[in-house]
Design a protein around this ligand. Structure first.
Ligand code: HPA
Length: 287
């Protein structure tokens, strides 16, 4: 079903009104959990658990290990919304359907977004189980959630993407991992649609483009988030080698999920201090 831009704006405010009645006060930050990272939810004291299918306009995640619910809770004194499960292009959802939750959660007051995902390592120095901080992304999906008629109520027509994963947030994030004694890789995330994995030639091509990790999510959400006015931090759980070299082994979903859990545990340990440091940094910065 194709909605007019007016209907899309109404869709955001309808979902916002419904959620406002449940959550009562504004959110500080949003966390999107990637494949195999659902366990991060256990760190939070849940106040409300809302299935996506209860929220007007939300589509439901069908990917393995993606629960499909929004959890509202408290983490180190901050009110956060956790998307436990996300929607992917490979499930057949449109970029606009994937963008809706981002727009709604921004309308609920949140200004900070932490996106996590599972990703294959294009960079030969990265190993499964490590965490990569996303410095930037390359969108190879050929799609964009902002294509189509525009309405200023959604944000800018041409949002700037030159510092999509803000440098200042990257510095804070690095410091938090250092303080926790957890090594952090840094690199460029390449977004593809999937669901087939890349050929070895495609992986070598992505390396030459400057990519360090490849995955099937994140880029649609981050584009929508920048238009909506979020500050974004991105963390990839490195789940498999994907450099397309001679030693390239076939990837299995079991391997991906097992390594996502290892890397997810590292993200989990840093998340509370990251949210705290990020908020303090913003308070210290004069507007
Ligand atoms: N390619 C694409 N997406 C992925 C991969 C990969 O190798 N690993 C985890 N998600």
């Amino acid at each position: 079903m194709t909605l007019s831009v007016d209907e899309r704006v109404v869709q955001v405010s309808t979902a916002r009104s419904m959620l406002e009645e449940i959550i009562l006060s504004p959110l500080d930050a949003i966390l999107i959990l990637g494949s195999g990272l659902g366990g991060l939810v256990d760190t939070v004291k849940p106040e409300n658990i809302i299935e996506y299918r209860q929220i007007p306009g939300f589509v439901t995640s069908t990917a393995p290990s993606h629960a499909g619910r929004l959890i509202i809770g408290e983490l180190s004194g901050r009110r956060i919304g956790i998307m436990q499960g996300r929607m992917h292009l490979y499930e057949g959802w449109s970029p606009i359907e994937i963008a809706l939750p981002i727009r709604v959660l921004r309308a609920l007051g949140a200004t900070r977004l932490v996106v996590t995902n599972a990703a294959g390592a294009l960079n030969t120095n990265f190993n499964p189980g490590e965490v990569m901080q996303i410095l930037d992304h390359i969108n190879l999906t050929g799609q964009n959630p902002l294509i189509g008629p525009h309405d200023d109520r959604l944000g800018l027509r041409f949002p700037d993407m030159s510092d999509a994963y803000e440098g200042s947030v990257q510095t804070i994030c690095q410091r938090c991992f250092d303080n926790a004694g957890i090594p952090l890789q840094r690199g460029i995330y390449v977004g593809i649609t999937g669901p087939s994995l890349e050929t070895s030639a495609e992986r070598r091509f992505m390396r030459q483009l400057g990519g360090d990790a490849v995955g099937m999510s994140t880029v649609m959400e981050v584009i929508a988030a920048k238009q909506a006015g979020f500050e974004v931090a991105g963390l990839s759980a490195i789940t498999n080698k994907a450099d397309g070299g001679l030693g390239q082994q076939p990837d299995t979903i079991e391997e991906v999920l097992a390594h996502a859990a290892v890397a997810g545990n590292k993200i989990l340990r840093v998340l509370p201090s990251l949210l705290r440091a990020w908020e303090l940094d913003k308070k210290a910065t004069p507007v």
